[in-house]
Design a protein around this ligand. Sequence first.
Ligand code: F0G
Length: 456
Amino acid sequence: MKTIIEPFRIKSVEPIRMTTREERQTLIRDAHFNLFGLHSDDVLIDLLTDSGTGAMSAAQWAAVMRGDESYAGSPSFYRFEAAVKSLMPFAHIIPTHQGRAAEAILFSIFGGLGRHIPSNTHFDTTRGNIEASGASGHDLVIDEGHDPASLHPFKGNMDLAKLEAFLETHGDTVPCVMITITNNAGGGQPVSLENIRGTAALARKYGKPFFIDGCRFAENAWFIKQREDGQGDRAIPDIVRDCFAEGDGMTMSAKKDAFGNIGGWLALNDDGLAEQARAHLIRTEGFPTYGGLSGRDLEALAQGLTEIVDEDYLRYRIRTNSYIGEALDALGVPVVKPAGGHAVFIDARAWLPHIPPLNYPGQALAVALYELGGIRGCEIGTVMFGAHPDGTETPAAMDLVRLAIPRRTYTQSHADYVIEVFAELGEIKDRLSGFRIAWQPNLMRHFTCRFERLAD
Ligand code: F0G
């Protein structure tokens, strides 16, 4: 069959509040043109993030009822721990309220002034936690990862030559090596098992611990199964286990590939590091058998981890993105190719060449998508990455708009609507104006900064 159907039925629904284009023009202006400032019931199709926005299954809701809220030693924790360890065989599993809390703990140990932490591409909260510790983050993705048109099957791969040169140059100031699977900030592109192994081998050679940001590990494993030589006949959980067997630890946002609305964890093999991390955890998140989570959250995640590695789900999941990506491509919209695991990324710099990077073409496109179609996407470009700790600003490597697809939440007709909005936008795109930033905070400005439209 040509159509890959949603492999689920809908048992419970949430209404979408309809709005008009005129209403939305006022709403976005009142939010200073920052899409994070909108009320979500003013959005028709919310593609701001795939994080915590997925639909839980009936089995997950049933597990929620089983949640044991004991402060210490809850059976819910032990079910959660066993579910994590069955895929990621680390010695210590430390629950946190979400991924960035795991990062904050990790970099309270590995960060610090004058230190340098390489990755394929650090996500913005990862970079934020590194920089807040006084260290600096470095993105060493392969060159193809910066080329939206390149069809390389693993555009999230670490550039191993650059990594080795980096480790030579920075020596003792490098406390650890990281890799993000899939590479969210670089277009949701996967990393091959071979590249994970190569990165781990270099880290070992230079005596550095190797950490995996595993947020979208199941999507990454699906791409490995589809695209990597010798992996096609293997079960997804086996591929996942092979990926994490290379690491000394991991950070995880369970709001992605654990089907959670909240949750995360830090995993470590080293007993001493785990002791340090748990001390921090108790101070900031909670006792080690619940971290920042309730027992019912832990239960939902334990169940979610069994569902996320289901091949029917992953086939449908990845097809949703390629379906939208192919349709946009056919309309002449420049999309990052091949489509990523959790999102479709549009190359706004290429589609709106009349808007220079420092006037934020990604922001212009994201605002236009909302005004015209009520779709909320997210700029991943110069707004997100252009500002530097020393107060200067330079264009980011790419100006993308991300349409992140929440898990099991929208149907194919929602996808068709998104495609239709792009077709309409194609008619008016040459008249869109750029923006300037009227106010911004010191760190992670994209969440709260205020914009002014240049033509207004
Ligand atoms: N690492 C990656 C690769 C992520 O994509 C995220 C979150 C985090 C870490 C932090 O996890 O949100 O649970 O604290 N990404 C979300 C997104 C916010 O929209 O891409 P968190």
